[in-house]
Write a protein that binds this ligand. Structure first.
Ligand SMILES: [Zn+2]
Length: 344
């Protein structure tokens, strides 16, 4: 059952020190020969690439790309000589992505509760905290920050700043005009399920990714791997975040295909079939919490943000009973079911 839940399994991996994870990931990509998708078709690189052989280390064909009628598909910077080799490389990538699960679980840092953080800063008083906690307990819902705003008249700015202290991240400004052009940086399902808001791309290199309650490090790392942009996360004031998030979800996103498979091998086969059909000029695979995200570039990308029509996303999950796959079972970060008819 594909529930996109960031509090389960794979999440822990992303709690490891961010720098360490990013360095390991970059080293992995360099080793795999992955370059930016935009570079893959430049004329010099293109000429050299004709002399390359199959990127599957187990391949024994010895084919040069030059002598084969197929120029694609390209996966993580390497050419695949046959559908079997495409599949073998996808299987290896899926193994690589799943091997990271659980890693860093012991390193999950302890966080001081929001109320105490605000108390420590002198932004609220003891009676205010008590009042908010009692209101939360009586209502059995809502976050403590919301009750502090509602019952005690605490400014939202202070609550967001305290969340920023809790998660050691900045509070980011929001410019909707920029944000609307950034829907191609990740699938709509992730924007919805993980409560993420792409805010802007600075200098063509840094993507600012906003969240309402807490930054999602696993998603940030995945977006970094796929887009090649450096991703900086931060918080956005809830009253600005929610309407903007709603508007972004109404925008056009790249085409997405959801695949639920019984095993990694079956998932690799489904992905390989799509790659053989579409012959992408580049493709990349990364794990995001409980699912894997495969992005296919159908044409070379110009500039830091791809165009909607040039890319296709596939989101794969492992389920026990694909025959009973109910797409309505995707849930967002608050546990609200997502209508996947709206997934693209
Ligand atoms: Zn091969």
């Amino acid at each position: 059952m594909p529930i996109l839940n960031r509090s389960r399994g794979g999440t822990a991996a992303a709690e490891a020190p961010r720098e360490e994870r990013q360095m390991a990931r970059r080293a992995q990509l360099v080793e795999a020969g992955v370059s930016a998708p935009a570079d893959s078709q430049t004329s010099m690189a293109g000429r050299w690439r004709l002399l390359e052989t199959c990127a599957n280390p187990q391949c024994s064909s010895g084919w040069l790309r030059l002598w084969r009628s197929r120029s694609g598909p390209i996966f993580e910077g390497g050419w695949n000589c046959s559908s079997g080799c495409t599949r073998a490389r996808l299987e290896a990538a899926l193994r690589r992505e799943s091997s990271g699960s659980g890693e860093g679980a012991a390193m999950r840092p302890h966080r001081i509760p929001l109320g105490l953080t605000m108390l420590e800063q002198g932004w609220i008083t003891h009676p205010q905290l008590r009042q908010a906690l009692e209101a939360q307990k009586a209502a059995r819902c809502g976050r403590i920050g919301e009750w502090l705003i509602r019952r005690c008249g605490i400014k939202e700015e202070l609550v967001t700043r305290a969340l920023g202290l809790q998660w050691s991240c900045p509070v980011l400004p929001l410019d909707l005009r920029e944000a609307e052009g950034l829907t191609t940086l990740m699938p709509r399902l992730f924007v919805d399920a993980f409560g993420a808001l792409p805010l802007r791309v600075a200098a063509g290199k840094i993507l600012y990714l906003g969240f309402e309650e807490r930054p999602d490090a696993a998603l940030a790392l995945a977006v970094e791997t796929i887009t090649g942009l450096r991703v900086e996360t931060g918080l956005v004031h809830g009253s600005l975040f929610r309407p903007t998030h709603g508007r972004i979800l109404g925008q056009r996103f790249p085409a997405v295909e959801l695949v639920e498979a019984v095993s990694e091998a079956a998932l690799a086969q489904a992905f390989a079939r799509a790659m053989e059909r579409t012959q992408p000029v580049e493709s990349r695979l990364v794990r995001v919490h409980d699912c894997v995200w495969l992005r296919l570039w159908l044409q070379p990308q110009r500039g830091p943000v791809p165009e909607t029509a040039l890319i296709k996303d596939m989101i794969g999950t492992l389920g026990l009973d694909p025959g009973r796959h109910n797409k309505a079972e995707f849930k967002d970060w608050r546990g609200v079911p997502i209508k996947t008819g709206e997934a693209s």
